[in-house]
Every structure is written in C-alpha cells, then in structure tokens.
Design a protein around this ligand. Sequence first.
Ligand code: NOJ
Ligand code: CA
Length: 560
Amino acid sequence: MTDALLVETPTTDATWWRQAAVYQIYPRSFADANGDGIGDIPGILSRVDYLADLGIDAVWLSPFYPSALADGGYDVADYRNVDPRLGTLEDFDAMVAALHTRGIKVVVDIVPNHTSDLHEWFQEALAAGRGSAARDRYIFREGRGENGEEPPTDWESVFGGPAWERVEDGQWYFHNFAVEQPDLNWDNPEVHEDFLKTLRFWSDRGVDGFRIDVAHMLTKDLTDPLPSRAELERLPQDGKHPLIDRDDVHEIYAEWRKVFNEYQPPRTAVAEAWVKTPERRARYASAEGLGQAFNFDLLIADFDATQFRTVITENLAQSKLSGSSTTWVLSNHDVTRHATRYGLPPLNGSLVKQGTEWVEAGGPEEGIDRAQGLRRAHAATLLMLGLPGSSYLYQGEELGLHEVAEIAPEQRQDPGFFRGSEYDRLGRDGCRVPLPWTADGESFGFGAGGAHLPQPAWFAAHAAEVEAADPASTLSLYRQALRLRHRLQSEEELEWIETGRPDVLRFARPNGWQIVTNFGAEPFDLGADAEGVVLSNLEITGGALPGDATAWIAPAGLVD
Ligand code: NOJ
Ligand code: CA
C-alpha cells in the first residue's frame, strides 16, 4: 500500500454522521486510570491516541452516569452527572476536548424508557404514596385479587420474571427490564421537560450526538382492561401495540429534533429500535425525528452471501426513502462477539442463538473453530466498512477478541443471566470483559488493580501493544481499513457486480472502489484486478481471493 492512500479527511460538517465509523466504548471495561478495577473517564482520556490511531470518526459511550449497576449502567440514577467511580464532569469535559482535538466526535447514551430505582424521582414516588404527582412519573397500578396481591397482568420482563413489582403500600410498578429499572410514564409532561434538559445539558458540554436506548418502547397505551401476556404477544406491532413501536413515540422525537437543531452543527441521534421491518425502522431515522436508526440485520445474519446481499440491498433502499444513511453493526455489548458467532457450527440457522448452546454443549473449545470465526469476522468487517452508511464497531473487536466463556456464575453481572431471560443463559458479560492493553502485568494493562470481570489467559496474545507491533494482527487490519475508508466513502451508492458465484459478493462504489467477499471455500479468481488490491484479510495468491476473505480494490491510478 502506498502512503498516499493513508491521507485522512477530517469530517467537520453537519453531515459527519452519515458515513462515520463509530467506535462503541463500554466505559467500565475500557481502561481503568485509578486502579479500582473499573474503567473510567480518565482511562478513556489516557487512550485517546489509541483511538486516533485506530482511525475512527466518533466514539459512542455506553452509560457512564451514576448507577447501582443493576444493568451495566443502563439503570441511570442521575442523567446529568458522571458516576463518581468513573470520574467527574471536569474529567468528562477534558475527555471531550481531547477527542475533539483529534477530530473524533462524541456520542453519549440516553436511557429514556426507565430510570434506576435509586433515581431521586423513584425514591420520591415510593415515599409520596398512591395517587401522588411523584408516582405519576412512573407506571403504578393496583394489583388484582381480593387484596391486590396479584400483579396487574401476567406480563414478563425482558430479563425474565414478572414485569411488575409490588411496593410497600401494596401498589405495583411496571418495569420492562430489571426490577431496578422502573419504566417512566411518557404521558407526564415533567418527564418530557426533564429529558429536554438532559439533551441540552450534554449538548452544551460539546457532545455531538446521542444513542437512544430502546427508542421504540417509551410510549405505552395502558388503558384498562390490559391484555394478557399471550394476547400481547399476538398483537401486531403496527404502531398501535400497547408497548412496542407505537406511532405516538415519534411525537417525543419531534420535540427532541427541535433541541438538536438549536445547535450548530445540529446534534445527531441514533435510535436503538428493535422493530419488525425496515419500514418501521425508517420512521426513527427521519430527519424530523432522531435522524438515524440502528439496523441489526447484518448482526443477526449468518456468514452467508445471499443473506448479506439481501440485507444490504433492502437497507440501502430503505435509507434512501427516509433520507437518512443506513447503519451497520456486527457486534455490540448485548450480543456474542462476531468472531465467536462465525466460529460456531451451524445450528438451527441462527448464529446469535448458538452463543447459548455453545457453552452448554460442554465448554468454550468444544465445537468451535476459532480461527475460522476470526477469519470470517475479518472478512465481514472489511465488507461492512466498504459499504455506504455508518459502521458501528464495538471495543475489542479491533483486537480480534472472542467472547469470554470462562466466567464463573458468581462472577457474572448481567441481570439476564440470573433471571433466565431471552438474553440467553450465558448472559452478556462475555463481551464486556475489560480490554487487554499489555501482554503482562496486572489486568493486562487495563489498570493497576484487578478487572471487574475476569480476563482469560488468552487475552495476552490480543493485547493492544502486541497487536500494534504486528502488521498481520487484527488491529493492524482495522487501522489500515479505517484509514483507507476515508478515501473509499463517497456517494452513498453501490452497484452490484455479478460474479457468477452464489457465494461471492462484489460491488463497486461510485468513485471506482470495489469490494469483493468470498463467503465460500473455493478461491475466487480476481484476474487483473488482483493488481489493484490494497487491502485484504488473507493473502491473494496467483490472483485468487481465498474463502473467508474480503479484498478492497482501489480505482485505477491510486496504486503504484
Ligand atoms: C438496550 C441496551 O443495549 C441493553 O444493554 C440494556 O440492558 C437495555 N437496553 C435496557 O436498558
Ligand atoms: Ca477506575
């Protein structure tokens, strides 16, 4: 590769988000500056050069707010502060300034569906009693049965167990997630006002954008009689469902958009919305609303050419209709890492769910082909980074980390693990283990103390310092790809080029770049184009792209 190809193009305009590579930081597991075993904001500050060298355009920080950690920080006790264990607001400002100096935007997580039960509003609601204004900020109901001893409905929470919890005076409150995460009542104007205040608070501090947690669940229609769980599950999610993806949720985001547009450049937002169709997702991505929405279709696809092509085609068409840009995700803090998913033997068609079966089948080494998983992860990532739209990366994937299975039950933290939820019996801790920075030393350089989740011995080989020194490492591959990506991203279009092979995808971008991914086992002949390959995860020999590999071909004239 020539040095000329490595020139960076900083993104400073109001459309910076459209094709950004956004790196998700799970702050408690990124870097620990004070040695208490928990990653913190000064830890992130100490690693801004690493982030700049990686070549990303933005970071997204999972919640760093005061929290009892009943759900990894998604139980927020105070929306306008930093958890004292993670630092101070001054530390936050210093981190934002350091990232901005390096041309990296900052996106923070907003959790509007529920607060922590330790939030002052919920504590007030408990103290104030039934019928009070304080209780109206949440969803309180009388129970069924003679003395109200049964929950109002038989609904289940996402993490397993009942979705209603009884308080001392006998009323019940609704929680879609953990017991410690009471749902807010979005029919209450105070709730609206408070979130507008929070959005301005962080925007005023220089935050560039927001990631909106479970954006599709905020509004509810809880008019009596409430449906049973079975009825609820049968109801279509067509905008009128009592709990999920209701049309009226967009009134909230229209209010938020006005606030975002008070700033220059306007603040951005991306919805986490697990909705049924790309059409429903597009509503969240509208320019009058949040502006962008996560698309998890690649994340739930197998490593399969047909599935990838369908997902890409549909989502590009959909984003065109909404006027937004599309988003791509292969890993995040809620799912089994993609290097592991792609190494699992096929089972019932779904790779994500295999994460569960994998450990139950007898342990991390049984049935998994780690080398294949990593090869395919590289190939899928290079394909994703070559697509129009923004790519969201999750910390540790740039080190080629696998999911950590070796976590004893007593060391686990995920509420889903303990309550036997749909989040699988493994829980989500295996992708949240603190990052390895050095091959030796306390907690592999994560901090001077231990790590709040146990790191396995095999982390040593993936340490950032080890990979930085190895041109053949995952980190080197990500660095090259993210730098080249600034050259490759142009108009948000692609044109498929037929390959004559059902297991090989090839497309061209309007500026002439081409991406080829071989999902099969047989090498694919690139012919004379092999000369133009500037990046690939496996070596091209004799002009052929091996299986489980992606190649980036530069337009003529860009390579020596
Ligand atoms: C989605 C977040 O990504 C997940 O980590 C969290 O548990 C739920 N929302 C509830 O806030
Ligand atoms: Ca710390």
